[in-house]
Design a protein around this ligand. Sequence first.
Ligand code: PXG
Length: 443
Amino acid sequence: MDAAKTVIPDLDALWMPFTANRQYKAAPRLLASASGMYYSTHDGRKVLDACAGLWCVAAGHCRTEITEAVARQVQTLDYAPPFQMGHPLAFEAATKVAGIMPAGLDRIFFTNSGSESVDTALKIALAYHRARGEGQRTRIIGRERGYHGVGFGGMAVGGIGPNRKMFSANLMPGTDHLPATLNIAEAGFSKGQPQWGAHLADDLERILALHDPSNVAAVIVEPLAGSAGVLVPPVGYLERLREITSKYGILLIFDEVITAFGRLGAATAAERFQVTPDLITMAKAINNAAVPMGAVAVKREVHDAVVNAAAAGAIELPHGYTYSAHPLACAAAIAALDIYARENLFGRAAALAPAFEAAVHGVRGAPHVKDIRNLGMVAGIELEPRAGQPGARGYEAFLKCLERGVLVRYTGDILAFSPPLIIDEAQIGEIFDTVRKVLQELP
Ligand code: PXG
């Protein structure tokens, strides 16, 4: 082992994101390197990655094709301004992404993160209605327990109370929220999509009646909600949202930051569920997370309405980022999408999903298990909270899994699993054997 790896740097200057900073710095956990399905920690331990980093490393870590493409690119064209200039990889990456989106969503706007993708999609929705002379359509409907990143727009349409609490007076106005779809009493331990709950989409009619549909620009949902604890859409639910939004000329946005690029066994959740939204937001696995990148795929009619409404020579959409279509991010995206196609990783995810489902549901009956839910290569195990200490059991389970060499994600008392799609059945077994042992030890 490299002795330098054991040195823990000074931790004080870094204000860590979504982290209990004081707790972390009292007992830091550092990752030093990664390869394929495994991380190595600073003290040289190998850790099986059961969450693809943070739902993003679909093809496994440090893939040579990607690292080499990025290295080549940084030596050839490190940066190019994206405003009123272009570079070939930006167009090539857009064409490749468009090529795996549902038919019709073939105009791609690049961002650097999921949060930026969400805010971009919301702005495109507003610009679209305005371009068509319906500028009064400004309201946007999200969903309780939805996560759409941390921008003021994304937080406002999001539905996670603790994320909104400190900022509640300053959120983007004009939002409302559908009810969350999770109901453990009615549909606990569902394998795949729950049969119960399609009627929850009908609440959209109630919300629209309140605001009048003519004032509503868009509905945004995660087709499968990840961050709030793996909430799988009931059978028929997304279809119903599509019917209602279409009936009133309201845009439907799928936030696929987690679900796009194979997670559910197809390129997109839209393809998996056969429900086509008007916009899809993505990030994370778009380039296997090697360089920050996000994107919005937009239906061609929506793009054309905005672009064609502007005067000749005018900038049609006053929006974009210094690093939109960054050359390194584009090089990584092209290489990652090539791997996904060459290795048929989305098909592999679909083929592995039954074994993954059986393995996660095998944890049923272990101590503290309140619910288990799954679809494709995503699963959640919800634990009974310890009395008076919500989140404590989830955190301890996460720590003990890490001690035993498996990195899982936890949110409150819910453990989430979303491994790289290159995982094999033995590694799937190892993840859930470890979780079962940990739950047996846990007070
Ligand atoms: N939308 C969705 C659906 C997401 O899952 C974002 C937007 C924001 O993306 P950025 O790139 O701005 O972080 C996300 C991000 C977790 C977890 O463990 C999930 C995310 C981020 C951090 C933690 O559940 N998803």
